[in-house]
Design a protein around this ligand. Structure first.
Ligand code: PLP
Length: 365
């Protein structure tokens, strides 16, 4: 136990994925996107309760595809929380759409609607709402806000597969919701992204854009702009096996979060976000403390991996110049204090207690 190396995150596969890939290869599949990807899309639709799903290469390109399908153009503005993974604003940047940062609310670490209101200009076309770590604010209010201001709602729900607001899956409240299957996410195919929508036209548009804008599959006539954002059936085969494990992992993530919460409860130095575990399966165990680097170093000595939280986007080198003199106090506060503790679904209760004991030994000396 003492010598065990506990990474902050690790993927989890077993014979099921290995055998599925072997069977697929023996069946003579062409690896490219075909029936297995369609099956995966069907499973994601069923799981999220969305009518349609489009699987694509990753959770960054999926956002780009969503913005293209909604006809966002260079010069348009999109409101984005100042704390999120860098892919959220960068997806807009890739196609010349201007991300406009908005501070977050301390209760949920999600976009603050009151502050968003003040950031709206005549160029604002959409909100990219990010249910950070699977938590969301009041989604009815988010939807109403977008309706009232005539804005599209895109949910970057990359961290929210298996997470809900009042029983409705996150990612299904706006026009388009996006998910990611990169290695640290709750399920993974190495890379992968998915978009869900209830709008048939948007669905058709996304399918077309990701396949070169063809009038029809296999025909080289193009009446619309399009590129190649297609997936591979080889990865979809892994995804289909991972989907079978999703519900168990959603539940396990909740158990792990709860155990951490119980064990760390007495430490006044540590803040954890109050989380409704009925709706939310926290993807990461996020704690907020002064000098997270110091605790990280202490845990590293005990072979416990951690990762520093995303800093506020406006403090990143690439965005700094756009935001001189502007501050996002809540984002900067949480961005600089956050630490992600080991969070893999694979963790045992004993692992968690070893980690929390190690944390206690740091504060209580
Ligand atoms: C992981 C993540 C992404 C990017 O997804 P990739 O599949 O790694 O491109 C985008 N947004 C959020 C909030 C994420 O957590």
């Amino acid at each position: 136990m003492e010598n065990k190396n506990i990474p902050q995150m690790e993927p989890w596969f077993d014979d099921a994925e290995a055998n599925a890939v072997f069977e697929y290869m023996k069946s003579g599949g062409w690896l490219m996107e075909f029936k297995k990807t369609a099956e995966l899309e069907q499973k994601i639709s069923e799981f999220t309760g969305a009518k349609y799903c489009v699987v694509t290469v990753n959770g960054t390109i999926s956002l780009v595809l969503a913005l293209l399908a909604l006809d966002l153009k260079p010069g348009d503005e999109i409101l984005i929380p100042a704390v999120t993974m860098i892919a959220s604003p960068n997806s807009a940047k890739l196609i010349g759409v201007q991300p406009v940062l908005v501070d977050i609310e301390p209760k949920t670490l999600c976009l603050d609607l009151n502050k968003a209101k003040k950031a709206i200009t005549s160029k604002t076309k959409a909100v990219m709402y990010v249910p950070l770590n699977g938590r969301s604010g009041n989604m009815d209010e988010v939807v109403k806000f977008c309706r009232d201001h005539n804005l599209f709602l895109i949910e970057d729900s990359a961290q929210a597969l298996g997470c809900y607001y009042q029983g409705k899956h996150l990612g299904t409240f706006g026009q388009i919701g996006s998910f990611s299957f990169s290695v640290p996410k709750i399920i993974t195919m190495g890379q992968g992204g998915a978009l869900v929508t209830n709008d048939e036209n948007l669905y058709a548009k996304m399918k077309k854009i990701k396949d070169f804008g063809r009038v029809k599959g296999g025909i080289d006539i193009h009446d619309d702009w399009g590129w190649n954002f297609k997936y591979t059936d080889l990865q979809a085969v892994v995804g289909l096996e991972q989907m079978k494990k999703l519900s168990w992992r959603v539940n396990r993530k909740k158990e792990i979060y709860k155990l951490y919460e119980q064990e760390l409860n007495g430490l006044k130095e540590i803040e954890m976000i109050t989380t409704n575990l009925q709706d939310t399966a926290p993807w990461l165990i996020d704690i907020f403390i002064e000098n997270p680097e110091k605790l990280a170093a202490h845990l590293k000595e005990r072979s416990i991996g951690t990762r520093l939280h995303y800093p506020a986007i406006n403090t990143q080198k690439i965005y700094k110049d756009e935001y001189v003199g502007k501050s996002f106090p809540v984002s900067e506060h949480y961005g600089s204090r956050g630490l992600w503790l080991p969070s893999a679904s694979k963790l045992t209760d004993d692992d968690v207690r070893y980690i929390t004991d190690s944390i206690k030994s740091f504060f209580i000396r």
